[in-house]
Write a protein that binds this ligand. Sequence first.
Ligand SMILES: [Zn+2]
Ligand SMILES: [Zn+2]
Length: 261
Amino acid sequence: MAEWIVLGAGSILPRAGYGTSGHALVRPGRKLVLFDCGPGTLRSLGELGYGIEDIGAVVLSHFHPDHCWDLFALAFARRNPDLRAGHLELVGPEGLSELLERGGAVFGAHNWVRFEAVTVREVEPQAIGRWIELDGLKLAWRPTGHTPHALCWRVDLGNGCSVTYSGDSGESPELAALARGTSVLVCECSFGEEHAQQHHLTPSGAARLALDAGVGKLVLTHFYPSLDPGLALERARAVFPGLIELSADRTRHALAPAGGA
Ligand SMILES: [Zn+2]
Ligand SMILES: [Zn+2]
C-alpha cells in the first residue's frame, strides 16, 4: 500500500525530533516522490534506509529555505561517482529554474551543485483545473498566498486515493477547494492560536480546512517549537471529527481511499 512518510515535521528552528519540511510519497515498485526538501531531508531518508538513487522526483511547494535547501545537497550527492542516480524530475512554482541556475552558480566554475540528468517543470500559480502527470500520478495545484508563488499540491494515485499537501498556507479557500474530498490532507499547523500568523495555520485552522474540504484523514505537520503537538491534536479534535494523525520525523501515514481501510 502507498504511504506518506513525513521526513521532517518541524520548522527551520531546531527542535529534537522535528526537522525541516520534507515528505516522501512511497509506492510499491516505484521511486520516491519527495514533496519539499528542507535541510536534513536526505539524512532523514538515510535513517529509513533509502539512498539518493531511490529518489525519482521532487515537488516543491515554495522556496523558503526550510522547504527547499536540500535540493542543492541532492544535486551534489548525485554527482558522487559511486552513485547511479538515474533521471530526476523537479517540479515546482515559477522561479524554480532560476533558483537552480543561481544556486548552481554559487561555486563559480565548479559544478558541484548543478543537476545533471534532470527535467525541470515549473507550473503557473493560477492554473486552476490543470494537472500534470508524474510517474503514474496526477498532480494538481493551487496558490496558497503564503508567498507570491507558494503552492499546495494534490496527488491522485489512480486507485481512488488522493493526498493533498498544504505546503505553507494560511486558512486559504484555494487549499480547501483543492483538498475537496481528498483521502488524506497533510496540513501544516505552525503555531498555536495564541501565536497565530496570517500566512500560517493553527491547529484549529487546519481542522476547519479539513472539515470544509470533507477529507478522510488529517495529518498535522510543520510544528514550530512553541507548539506542543499534543495540544495541537486536542485543538484540532475539537473542530474536526474525523481521523487525525500527528507527524514527527519519519512517521508513516497510510494512504487509503476516503472511507476505505
Ligand atoms: Zn514558508
Ligand atoms: Zn515552512
